[in-house]
Design a protein around this ligand. Sequence first.
Ligand code: SF4
Ligand code: SF4
Length: 242
Amino acid sequence: MSAPAFRFACTRCGHCCSGGSGHVWIEEPEIEPMARALGMSAARFAERHLRRVVDPNTGVERLSLREVANEGGRCALLVGKNTCSVYAARPQHCRQFPYWERVLTDPAAFEAARATCPGIAVIVSAEVRARAAGELRALYASIPECASTDERCCLERAPEELFATGMEADHALDARGVSDVAAPHCRLGAGRPLACRASRAGLAPEEVEALQSRLRALERQLSYPASYARVEELLRSRGGAD
Ligand code: SF4
Ligand code: SF4
């Protein structure tokens, strides 16, 4: 078995650099450029940032980047929330994600990568997207109209707080050209997701939770690849950030 067809566009969220302990394999020629990016000698870089570990796939000892102790596998070269301090010189292992052989050939590894990385968007057939669109329209129609007087689009007002499912992001892109008189301010128009509608309608948390349960049930019913991430990240991974 292999991974399903997918699109990929890195959102630079940094999840793959901090989401779980593992190995970032380094080849000798990659050391000097990374050291230079940090303004240090190769020897100092190796001492500070590299460790020797046995590759569990081959039993051969290799170089790997160090992780920050007790921080759940965070790469020591990640600074701030999601900035790689050697980005232009980052190793091939990082550059090639998620196109690693294991991710492409092992369904469990693919699902683990997809759970970590909002940049991976499984391509869903037009038929399933159309069925999802019909169900989403019905679900959205059950939400009261916008009660907010704030005229800004939620993607401008609070992009950090706006999360959605991949199914909603696909629908939002499919419906993007359809304007909605109830939300003339909205960049996504008729396809705007539940989170946007719920916050503007002023729904109570338990009402939002009930609607999210319906979304999850819909994903299961349609076998839609489950995903949940920031709307901006989901749109970017699907080539529709603007
Ligand atoms: S989108 Fe994926 S590859 Fe890019 S930083 Fe986030 S987790 Fe890593
Ligand atoms: S080297 Fe950069 S891209 Fe690679 S895991 Fe570390 S922070 Fe992420």
